[in-house]
Structure formats: C-alpha cells, structure tokens
Design a protein. Sequence first.
Lengths: 242, 242
Amino acid sequence: MANSDPVYLRVVEDLRRQITEGLLQPGAPIPSRHQITRKYGVGETAARHALRVLAQEGLIIGRVGSGHRVRQRPDLLPLHRAQAHFSTDMHAIGRRPTCDVKTDSAEARPDIAIRLRIAAQSPVTRTRIVYRSDGKPVQLAVSYEPVVYNDGTDDITQVAHRLGGNGLKLTEVTEHVYARVPQPVESDVLDLPAGVHVLHVERTHWAGDKPVETSDVIIPCDQFRLVYTLPAPYGDQTSPTR
Amino acid sequence: MANSDPVYLRVVEDLRRQITEGLLQPGAPIPSRHQITRKYGVGETAARHALRVLAQEGLIIGRVGSGHRVRQRPDLLPLHRAQAHFSTDMHAIGRRPTCDVKTDSAEARPDIAIRLRIAAQSPVTRTRIVYRSDGKPVQLAVSYEPVVYNDGTDDITQVAHRLGGNGLKLTEVTEHVYARVPQPVESDVLDLPAGVHVLHVERTHWAGDKPVETSDVIIPCDQFRLVYTLPAPYGDQTSPTR
DNA sequence: GGCCATCAGTTGTGATTCCAACTTTACTCA
DNA sequence: TGAGTAAAGTTGGAATCACAACTGATGGCC
C-alpha cells in the first residue's frame, strides 16, 4: 500500500539507498538503462529518468559509452566538499583537470591578518591555485597560512591532514559568500568576460578557536548553482513517505 | 551552421533569453508543451525536456493543470534571494505559506553584539520568524537589529526598504554558513528529527561599513541543495557557443 | 444571482522505438 | 607479438502515443 509513487522514484530511492548506505562505493558502476529495466521491471523511460535524477543530485555521473558510476558523495552543501570533486568529476567526464600551484611567502595584508587573527604584515605562506579543465582556467583559489604551521615540505593543499598530524584538529569551517568579484583578489587569470557573476568564498579553517588557514575562492557561477528544492514537482524529496 | 546543438536546447535558450531579458515578466505564462511543439517545430519529448530544464534551473515553475509560469528570478546563488522565494513558490505549487512573526526587545548577546558591532547588552529588536508550509514549520529565522534603526511601526521583514527610505543603502550581505545546528539558536520549533542536517546561515546586512541587521536562519537541508553543475551532460551550460 | 457539473487544456508520468556518438572489448591479420 | 578493425554495449537525444490528476472556465440549472 501507499505505493502510488511514480515508478522511477522506486528505482531512484533504491539506488540512492545503496549509495548512501555504502553498498555501492564511489567509483562503482551503476546498472545500465537496460539492466534497470530488467532488474526493476520498469520501462526504459523510468530507468532513464531515474538515472537522470540521480545524476542531477550529484550522486552518480554518466559518460557516453562507458556508463554511470557512483560519484564521490557530494552530500549536501559544503562548498569545500563540492570543490573537492573538481578533479574527480573532470576525470569522470573525460576532461583533463590540471592545476597550477604557486607558493610563496608574503606579508599578511590587513584583511588577511584579521581573518587569521595575526598581526598585520606577519609572514604568511601564500598559495595560489589555478584549476583548469582541458587547459581552460575555471577556478582560482588563494590561500594564506601563517608560516608557523607550514614546515615547507608538505603539499599545502592538504592543510587538514597535515594539521591533523600535528595534533591539531580542524573543528570548523566558516565561509563568507559574496556574489561579485572583489577588488583585492586577482581574478584576471580566470579570463572572465566583464560582468560575469562569480561566487567569492572567503573560507577560514579553524582548529578550536584558532584560525589556521584562510582562502579566497573564485568560482564562476555557471559551475555552481544553489537549487531551492521544493517538496513537489521535479523534486526528488528524499523519500518523504518513510 | 554550428547548429548541431540538441533541439531542446534551442527551446531552452530561447525561453531563457526571453526571461532574462525581461520579455517574459515574472508570473507570465510559458507556452505549454503542445504550444512549444507547434511553435518551435519540435517533438513532445524535446518540449517536455526543455520545460524540465528550465524548471530545474528555477526560472519557471509548473503546476499540474495550470501550466508553467515565470518564477521570480532566482539568479544563481544568493541564499537570501532563494529564501525570498519561499512565499512565492509555496503559493505557486498550491501550498499555503504562512509565517509567525514575533518581535520583542532584548539585550544583545555577546556574539550578536560582535556581529552588529555594538556594545554587549545594548538594546536590540529581536524578530523571530517561523515559516510554515501548510502549517508545517520548515524554516526559522531570528533577526537582530539595533533599536536605533527600528521606529517600531514598520514591518521588520522589510529592513532593506525601510533603511533605504532613511537614506541608508544596503551595500552588502555577508553570510557565514554552517552545516549543523548551533547551540544558541532555538531550533526546536522546526521539530527536526535528531541528527538531521541543517543549513545555518549567519547573515549580516551592511550599509556601507555599518552592520544594520543580523540574523540566524535555520533551513533543513532537504530544502536546499548546492549542485555542482558540470559543464557537460545534463548540464545546461548557459549557451557555451556564444 | 448563485451554485454545481461538465469539459477542454495542462502537467507529470510512462511505454516503446529509434538513432548518433562514444567506449570497451575482442578479434583478425600482418 | 602488435596494430588496426569490428562488434557489442552504453548514453544522450528524439518522436509518438497514452493516461491519470488537476485547473480554469464555461454554461446550465435552480
């Protein structure tokens, strides 16, 4: 009873459950359209629709000729986690992700010093990462870290792990989000047409009450979208009946 | 030439252009499936797909039996704008949006005082708004405003307009986003099951360099989703060829 | 005038079929 | 053995037909 739900939702919910419960690990192949029709006894339309919904949720990712695979769990909101998908996703769809990482030393600008709660002009390690998809720059991240945390040998992109090794535990991430290109950030490398909207994320990683790293991330808006999922049509309402 | 694009994308782009250029104002009806098939000379599948894409973009909203209409422009990311859709959207899909607004005076808690850059225990106007959909509470917002800005007669939900009338111009909104339920916020009114993820937005409206209002917004994550739109399949890549 | 039933129109969902483009695998042949 | 080729499988796109549930408006009836 209570099973007047659309057919495709049955497929969606079953696959989603398997993914969220870990039965299907990231990278695992998803049954193809035809396999779904046989396995669930549904039509091709329903199978295709189910795959589309899951893909749009970000749980799976498809590739022509190759099939769908479980994506790294995007979960819900954290921008930093979504950003972590960059490399994985680009690979998954056959683009070549690259990134330039340039690290140098600098004196903390006043705004950066405030964010890191250190004295202005303190020495910081500045890391500038340009993310590229097939050579085209699509994302820019500039991170600042007090030199005291940087032993100079590690990959600065893995602050969390390194700090974890130092006995510090990252407890929180705060993010300030703007919808524009702020002045102090060099965004010319992204080669954006004038007037394009960008997401500017000021992100600070905290260990306890101590900021350990802060970064500016510039993301053109056509890569991100905050969708207001309504509990109704076209939505996927994460199993409302259970 | 250069028109090997999918057919449905032609429809999507044309309608989207009309919407973004203002030819189709918010509330205006969108051609129905059958009208699209005739108007654009495409099949029903393409028409349906186009409408689905636009709906998922948030540009239009459909209602069984009634048709699609242009939604208030959600643009891309701003949470506060997405939130502003609450009432409109609920109406559009036939739910009854209501909200309780309770206003009282209080002394600023230390954290609130910092956010408003006023002295702790200064008098503030506190507004607690519970958004409901068909009676079910789905969103909670608690705002704080220095009493100096509140003349006591206006609707506090329209801070921007009121301040605009006072000659102040809101220039910016900063948002801190957490993915948890913080302690100081009363979230029991939302009647959330334990462990449910929520979006906690600390939002501050600025007029110049002066904070004029700050608020905590609690949104269960099943209402919002940050989708990482890939420049590839199922995406709608906002006219990449132009 | 007011109320109710009917009816055309619309959306959401579904089945079925087909095709182009692509990937992967297996196979053939030099 | 190695390279090129063929075949099978997969996705994205598309056409066509169908049906249930719902909305809005029309018109008839009291």
